[in-house]
Design a protein around this ligand. Structure first.
Ligand code: CP
Ligand code: NVA
Length: 310
């Protein structure tokens, strides 16, 4: 039965039911088909989305803005530096004001609690466009991409190599909900947040999924259907870059590592990539890589999210 998601915040995949995720995936498929056929579809005519960015973005900004336009609505880019937030206006007052003008608000920020607080005071749905803790729209798009390539998600193994960061956390939440095995392989000191791990394991216990935390990249990629990586130095961590390059060098996704994986393994990266660090040119531009399909699907999946919640 169709889920009524109107007004729902999309802050963490952990808070979505399996039925809601399936509905997002199905709607993404329908919207992608319409897009490919050149069929116009304007369910959000007259609606507007505010997009608050406290960090840089290429994919998130453009895919939300174009997506809203394709749905018949209007999207506004709001640099957090230019809002009164920067001069001390509270998150609560900003949320109360913006939700009088807008029909939905997408936020990219540092502190995850800021989005949670914003959503509490906003009368309109809030979408997490990345925080230091989570990146749900990316992983919903990634699940859609994996489904396109592999059909059945249940039991698939994803080996994520690198930092136990926002991407690792959302992959754990998304994979657990879909009954997948997510193996997070990070050097000591860079493991995922223990509370996220506990919650993802709780979800996995309901779906037959599995969450593994390990530190040996060669072991992690064995029997993996997908190898996933992300930058070693996320936005906001630039001060640690030198130390991180040193700590993560063993975790590079390169041809030698791919040789240990299944012949039909897929390689994913949320992008932007730091080529030559977490992934080599040879791999990201090679036959196993599906990174640009992933990037394209941000558009279709976020359109589905907006059409369902706004
Ligand atoms: N993957 C992703 O969110 O890309 P941007 O930082 O360019 O938005
Ligand atoms: N972990 C990365 C993801 C970028 C999309 C970051 O937070 O910078």
């Amino acid at each position: 039965m169709a889920q009524d998601m109107n007004g729902k915040d999309i802050i963490s995949i952990h808070e979505l039911s399996r039925e809601e995720i399936d509905q997002i995936l199905y709607t993404s498929h329908v919207l992608k088909m319409k897009n490919k056929l050149g069929e116009l579809y304007h369910p959000l005519k007259g609606k507007s989305l505010g997009m608050i960015f406290q960090k840089s973005s290429t994919r998130t900004r453009v895919s939300f803005e174009v997506g809203m336009w394709q749905l018949g609505g209007y999207a506004l880019f709001l640099s957090a530096n230019d809002l009164q937030l920067k001069r001390g206006e509270t998150i609560a007052d900003t949320a109360r004001n913006l939700s009088r003008y807008l029909d939905g608000i997408m936020i990219r920020t540092y502190n995850h609690q800021d989005i949670v607080d914003f959503a509490e005071y906003s009368s309109k749905p809030v979408i997490n466009g990345l925080t230091d803790l989570l990146h749900p729209c990316q992983v919903l798009s990634d699940i859609f991409t994996i489904q396109e390539k592999k059909q059945d998600l249940k039991g698939l193994k994803v080996a994520y190599l690198g930092d136990g960061n926002n991407m690792a956390h959302s992959l754990m939440f998304g994979g657990a909900k879909m009954g997948m095995e997510i193996s997070i392989c990070s050097p000591s000191g860079f493991e995922p947040d223990p509370e996220i791990t506990r919650l993802a394991r709780l979800d996995a216990s309901q779906t037959g999924g599995k969450i593994v935390i390990e530190d040996d990249p060669y072991r992690a990629v064995q029997e993996a259907d997908i190898i996933y990586t992300d930058v070693w130095t996320s936005m906001g961590m630039e001060g640690e870059e030198e130390k991180r390059v040193e700590s993560f060098s063993r975790y590079q996704v390169n041809s030698a590592l791919l040789e240990k994986a299944k012949d039909n393994v897929l390689v994913m990266h949320c992008l932007p990539a730091h080529r030559g660090e977490e992934i080599t040119d040879e791999v990201i531009d090679g036959p196993h890589s599906i990174v640009f399909d992933q990037a394209e699907n941000r558009l279709h999946v976020q359109k589905a999210i907006m059409a369902l919640i706004i």
